[in-house]
Design a protein around this ligand. Structure first.
Ligand code: ATP
Ligand code: MG
Length: 366
C-alpha cells in the first residue's frame, strides 16, 4: 500500500500543504525545526489516529487556530480511497471513505504504518510501558478487534482500581469486586492469548533479520514476561483459569494495596542478545540493532497478515546507521515498501538511495 497524496490544514507548523509522493522512496530534507517530523507524524496519525510523540491532541493544532485537518489518499489492493482526521477543541473525527467512523476499531487498519525514530531506542532501554504500547499498537493495526478488547479491559481495570481503593478504607462485601474480576479476566485472557500469537510471529521475523544485520554474529531472543505462570501459546480457556486462580490468591493483598496487581497491563517483553539481556548488558549499537530488527520484522509481519506492505517512516535514523546497516536496511525494503526518510543533510544517505528517491525540501512548514 502507499500514500498518493497528503493535504494538511493548520497542522503543527503547516498552514496549508498539498503534496504528492513517490510510491517508492521519499527523502525529506530540512534543517532543524522546519517540519520534517511533523510531516511524518501526520502520516502516522492517519494510520493510528494518534501521534507517536504526544497523547495531547491539542498540541497538533497550529497555534492560534482552532482545528487541524489531515487528508490522505491511500492506494491499497489497487483501490484508492481517502482518509481524513480532524482535530478540534471539541474532539477528534476520523473518516474512512468520507464516512465518520465512531469506533476506532472500524478505522484503524485502513492504513498500515511502521515508524522508526531515534526515540524507538526506548523500546529496548525504556520502561515496560513502552514495550506494552508497542505490542498494543502493532497488534491493533493488524487485528482491529484487539483494540476493542484492550479498551474494554482498560475500562474495567479503572473501575476495579477505583473500587479497590474504596475497599482499602472501608470493609465492603467482596461480591462486587469478584464480578469485576471475572469481567477483567474475560478481556485479559483474550489480550494475552493474542499477544502470544503476535510474539510468535514477531520472533519468526525479527530473529533472522537481526542475525543478518549483526553480520551473523548475534542471536536475538524475545521473551514475554507475564504476571502469571503460564506457558506461552496457551489458549484463552487455559489462561482464563490461571488468571482466576491467581486473582483469588492475591485478592486480600489487592484490597490492602488498593490496586490491581496482576494482568496484561503489568507484563513486559525482554530482549536477549546471545543469551544476555540487552537492556542491561547491550551496547548502544546492540540496542539500536535490536530495536531496528523488531521494527523491520513488523514490515514482514504486516505483509503476511494483511497481504500488503505497510508504509515505512524513518525519521532521522538512516544517517545514524553505519554503512553496512544502512545498505542492509535498504536492501530489505528495496522497491516493495513506500518509504519516507527524513534528514538534515543528504551527506549521510546512500547514493544509491538518493538516485532512486524523490527529494522534498522543507522550510518553515513549506
Ligand atoms: P529536527 O531536525 O530538529 O527534528 P524537524 O524538522 O523534525 O526538526 P518538527 O519537529 O517537525 O521539526 O517541528 C517543526 C516546528 O514545528 C518546531 O519549530 C515547532 O516549534 C513547531 N510546532 C510544533 N507544534 C506546533 C504547533 N501546534 N503550531 C505551530 N508550530 C508548531
Ligand atoms: Mg524531527
Amino acid at each position: 500500500m502507499h500514500i498518493e497524496s497528503l493535504k494538511l490544514r493548520n497542522y503543527r507548523n503547516y498552514d496549508q500543504l498539498d503534496i504528492s509522493f513517490d510510491d517508492k522512496v521519499n527523502v525529506i530534507i530540512g534543517e532543524n525545526a522546519q517540519g520534517k517530523t511533523n510531516l511524518m507524524e501526520a502520516i502516522y496519525l492517519l494510520a493510528f489516529t494518534k501521534s507517536h510523540r504526544t497523547p495531547r491532541e491539542k498540541e497538533l493544532i497550529k497555534w492560534e487556530t482552532d482545528y487541524a485537518k489531515i487528508e490522505g489518499s491511500i492506494t491499497k489492493r489497487n483501490q484508492t480511497f481517502p482518509l481524513e482526521i480532524v482535530i478540534s477543541t471539541k474532539g477528534k473525527k476520523a473518516k474512512l471513505n468520507r464516512l465518520e467512523q465512531k469506533r476506532l476499531s472500524d478505522y484503524i487498519g485502513s492504513l498500515n504504518v511502521v515508524m522508526f525514530a531515534p526515540e524507538d531506542l526506548s523500546l529496548v532501554k525504556g520502561s515496560p510501558q513502552v514495550r506494552r504500547r508497542f505490542i498494543d499498537m502493532e497488534l491493533g493495526q493488524i487485528q482491529p478487534t484487539y483494540i476493542y478488547h484492550l479498551g474494554q479491559y482498560q475500562k474495567v481495570l479503572k473501575q476495579r482500581n477505583h473500587l479497590l481503593k474504596q475497599m482499602q478504607y472501608k470493609k465492603e462485601d467482596r461480591t462486587m469486586i469478584r464480578v469485576m474480576t471475572e469481567q477483567l479476566v474475560e478481556h485479559a485472557s483474550t489480550i494475552l492469548e493474542r499477544r502470544f500469537v503476535f510474539l510468535e510471529l514477531l520472533r519468526k521475523w525479527a530473529s533472522p533479520i537481526h542475525h543478518g544485520i549483526s553480520r551473523e554474529l548475534e542471536k536475538l531472543e524475545i521473551k514475554y514476561s507475564p504476571t502469571i505462570e503460564v506457558l506461552e501459546g496457551a489458549n484463552k480457556e487455559k489462561i482464563e483459569a490461571i488468571y482466576l486462580e491467581k486473582f483469588h490468591e492475591v485478592e486480600t493483598k489487592e484490597i490492602e494495596r488498593g490496586t490491581t496487581l496482576i494482568g496484561p497491563h503489568r507484563d513486559d517483553l525482554i530482549f536477549y542478545v546471545n543469551g544476555k539481556d540487552v537492556q542491561t548488558y547491550g551496547s548502544q549499537g546492540q540496542q539500536r540493532t535490536t530495536a531496528l530488527s523488531v521494527k523491520l520484522a513488523e514490515i514482514e509481519l504486516i505483509y503476511n497478515e494483511v497481504g500488503e506492505y505497510p508504509i515505512l517512516l524513518l525519521d532521522d535514523v538512516l544517517s545514524e546507521l553505519d554503512d553496512f546497516r544502512q545498505s542492509h536496511l535498504l536492501n530489505t525494503i528495496q522497491g516493495k515498501v513506500q518509504t519516507f526518510v527524513s534528514t538534515t543533510s543528504v551527506d549521510g544517505i546512500n547514493h544509491e538511495t538518493l538516485n532512486k528517491a524523490e527529494l522534498f525540501s522543507v522550510t518553515n512548514g513549506n
